[in-house]
Unconditional design. Structure first.
Length: 213
């Protein structure tokens, strides 16, 4: 256990359904990690669509889930629950959670924690678990995508790559570890012709930008 763990923390509560103005700071106890959990001092938390829908009152949380939003975070392990052997106090991790990410501390199952990837900052890692786990579950476990297959990601792409589709980026990066997936760009004439032949997609041209939907 690391020293200087306070008894209370600042969290962000949802005071009622509505816009971002319904988020407000509040004081809550720092949780005690249960068996199989680690206590994380949070450095960053991801903001996901589910968090926004929860704030708007359109995403009821399952019974027993915390009322504090935040489905993923990154930070430093400061305390171990009983039976945890894969982590040590001081390890930097990112974690997938059912809630409580919008706080200074959160307890998370140790099996839902991941090491910070090389080259990724501790803050940036706060936005990795939700996207990467979603892609892994749906693309590789459920769809069983294999090396050599083509996978079309219908995401938002803007010129000069200033805005990227995080799910699409996750597919390419995880696919590289599975023997490599062929990456096709909708702006390529050959691939564009293939999609038009499928008669399932609508094309919009904005200068040198081709959008597929």
């Amino acid at each position: 256990m690391l020293a200087n763990i306070p008894a209370t923390q600042t969290v962000i509560e949802i005071t009622g359904p509505g816009g971002p103005e319904m988020l407000a700071p509040a004081t809550r106890p720092v949780p005690e990690p249960k068996a199989g959990e680690v206590l994380i001092r949070i450095a960053a938390a991801g903001v996901n669509r589910a968090d926004c829908l929860q704030r708007m009152g359109r995403y009821p949380m399952p019974s027993g889930a915390p009322d504090i939003p935040g489905l993923e975070c990154s930070g430093t392990v400061v305390k171990l629950g009983a039976g945890v052997i894969e982590w040590r106090a001081g390890d930097q991790v990112c974690a997938l959670m059912v809630g409580d990410g919008y706080g200074a501390y959160a307890a998370a199952p140790s099996v839902q924690c991941l090491p910070i990837p090389a080259g990724v900052s501790l803050v940036d890692a706060g936005g990795l678990p939700e996207t990467f786990c979603t892609v892994w579950t749906n693309v590789f476990e459920r769809m069983r995508l294999r090396a050599g297959e083509v996978f079309l990601v219908a995401g938002r792409v803007e010129r000069h790559r200033r805005h990227r589709d995080p799910a699409g980026e996750s597919v390419w990066r995880q696919g590289a570890g599975h023997g490599g997936l062929r990456r096709e760009v909708p702006g390529m004439p050959r691939f564009r012709s293939f999609l038009r032949g499928c008669e399932l997609f609508r094309f919009s041209q904005f200068g040198d930008l081709t959008c597929v939907s």
